[in-house]
Design a protein around this ligand. Structure first.
Ligand SMILES: [Zn+2]
Length: 399
C-alpha cells in the first residue's frame, strides 16, 4: 500500500469535508458511448464500444449509457452483444421525437436495463424550437415514463436544459416524475452555464419530492466537475461522467477527475479501481485519436511532470512536499522533465530512472548542455536526446 493523498492541513480540509453531506451511496454512470460520441470528430465502431464497456466494467463501473438503439444500428448491435452482462445497460430515448414509443420498444427488445426519457424543459427549447407548452411537455413526459415503467424498465427522466428552466416549473416536473413512478430525475446542465450554487439550489428544491436525483453536467465554462460535486453534496446519487471528459462542445465531467476527487479527497467509496484510470484514458485516446490535453488533470502527459530543479530535489526526497496526490493513485509516476531550468538533481534523477551511470564531476557540464539544447529547441528534451548527451559522459563499465 502507498499513501494516496497529502492534505494534512486539518483546518482547511477536514472540517470542510466532514461538514458536507454525501449520500450513502453514489453511482457513477459512464456516458462515453453516447455523450462521448457526440463530441466533434469521434466515431465509435461496435467493437470500440464493446471494448470500452468491458474495460469500464473491469474497473468497477456498474452503469453505462450505451446509446440510442431506436436510432442507431450500431447501438442496437452493441446492446445485443451486451445482453447477459451484469452491468446496467441504459438506452437514450428522445421523448420529443414522434417515435418515442417505438424507441422504447426497441430498447426493450435489445435487452436495455434502463431508459433515459429525455425532454427539454427550458423556454429556449420548448417555446423557441419545439413550440410546445409546459402542459404538453408534462403530458408527453408522463406518458413516456409510465409506458417505460409499465414495460418493466428502470426509468430515468431527464428534463434537458434543467438549469435554465424556472424553479416553479422544475417543481411541477419533479412532482410529475415522482407521481409517474420515475426511478431517477436528472438535473441536466445541458449548456454548461450553472454554477455550484445554482446546482445546489436546484437539487435542494427537488430532493424531497420522492424521486432519486442524478446530475449531468457540461464543461462549457469549466465548471462541470464542481457542479457535479455540488449536486452530490446536496443529495444527487447518480453522476454522469465520460472518459477523458469527452462530450458535446467542451465536454463534460471526466470520469477520472470525479472518481479521484470523491473517492480520494472526500473519502466517499465508489468501488472504482483508480489505479486503472490512466490506462483506460490512454486506451480511449488511442481508439479515438482524440488527444488528451497535456495539462489535463491526472491523465494529461504533464499532470505529474516536474521541471524546476528544487521541485525535482523535493519530490525525490519527500514526494508530499510537491504533490498533493500520489500519481500511483491513477497508475502513474512522477515525470522528470529536462529543460531550460534543469539542474544537477534533474540530471541525476533522470540518469537514475534510465539506469545510466554518470561521473559526478561531469554533472555540471551535462546541466549546461541540457539547458542550452532545450533553449535552442524551445522545448523539453526527450529521453532519447538526453541519452545521446549523456553517452559522452557515462562511467566506464567495470569488468
Ligand atoms: Zn450532455
Amino acid at each position: 500500500m502507498f499513501e494516496r493523498v497529502w492534505i494534512k492541513s486539518k483546518e482547511l480540509f477536514e472540517g470542510v469535508i466532514k461538514s458536507d453531506q454525501f449520500p450513502e451511496s453514489i453511482a457513477v454512470r459512464d456516458c462515453t458511448l453516447r455523450e462521448g460520441e457526440q463530441a466533434a470528430d469521434i466515431v465509435f465502431s461496435v467493437e470500440d464500444k464493446l471494448q470500452i464497456a468491458e474495460r469500464l466494467e473491469s474497473i468497477g463501473i456498474r452503469r453505462i449509457q450505451v446509446g440510442m438503439p431506436g436510432r442507431s444500428e450500431i447501438d442496437k448491435n452493441v446492446f445485443e452483444r451486451l445482453k447477459g452482462s451484469k452491468i446496467s445497460r441504459e438506452a437514450f430515448i428522445l421523448a420529443y421525437g414522434l417515435k418515442w414509443k417505438e424507441e422504447i420498444d426497441q430498447a426493450i427488445s435489445v435487452g436495455a436495463s434502463s431508459v433515459d426519457i429525455v425532454m427539454p424543459c427550458s423556454e429556449y427549447r420548448l417555446k423557441e424550437i419545439m413550440n410546445l407548452s409546459q402542459e404538453e411537455m408534462l403530458r408527453i413526459s408522463q406518458e413516456a415514463i409510465i409506458y417505460g415503467k409499465n414495460n418493466g424498465l428502470n426509468v430515468s427522466f431527464v428534463p434537458s436544459d434543467t438549469t435554465r428552466a424556472s424553479l416553479k416549473f422544475l417543481q411541477e416536473i419533479g412532482q410529475m416524475a415522482a407521481q409517474s413512478g420515475a426511478d431517477f430525475l436528472f438535473v441536466a446542465d445541458t449548456v454548461g452555464v450553472a454554477t455550484p450554487e445554482t446546482m445546489r439550489l436546484i437539487v435542494r428544491s427537488l430532493r424531497d419530492l420522492g424521486v432519486k436525483l442524478g446530475v449531468h453536467a457540461h464543461n462549457d465554462l469549466g465548471l462541470g466537475l464542481a457542479n457535479a460535486i455540488a449536486a452530490v453534496q446536496e443529495g444527487a446519487v447518480v453522476v454522469d461522467v465520460c472518459i477523458n471528459g469527452l462530450g458535446e462542445r467542451a465536454g463534460g465531467v471526466a470520469l477520472d477527475e470525479f472518481v479521484v476527487v470523491v473517492q480520494e479527497l472526500f473519502c466517499q467509496p465508489l468501488g472504482i479501481k483508480t489505479e486503472s484510470l490512466y490506462a483506460l484514458s490512454k486506451f480511449v485516446e488511442s481508439l479515438t485519436g482524440f488527444s488528451i490535453p497535456p495539462t489535463k488533470p491526472l491523465v494529461g502527459s504533464q499532470a505529474f511532470a516536474h521541471k524546476l530543479d528544487t521541485h525535482i530535489q523535493g519530490v525525490s526526497k519527500y514526494m508530499p512536499a510537491y504533490q498533493g496526490i500520489n500519481p500511483q493513485v491513477v497508475g502513474r509516476k512522477i515525470d522528470v522533465i529536462l529543460g531550460n531550468l534543469s539542474g544537477p538533481f534533474a540530471i541525476r534523477k533522470k540518469a537514475q530512472d534510465l539506469q545510466i551511470s554518470l561521473e559526478e564531476e561531469n554533472i555540471d557540464k551535462i546541466v549546461q548542455i541540457v539547458r542550452n539544447s532545450a533553449s535552442s529547441l524551445k522545448r523539453a528534451l526527450t529521453d532519447a536526446e538526453f541519452i545521446d548527451i549523456a553517452s559522452g559522459f557515462m562511467k566506464p563499465q567495470k569488468g
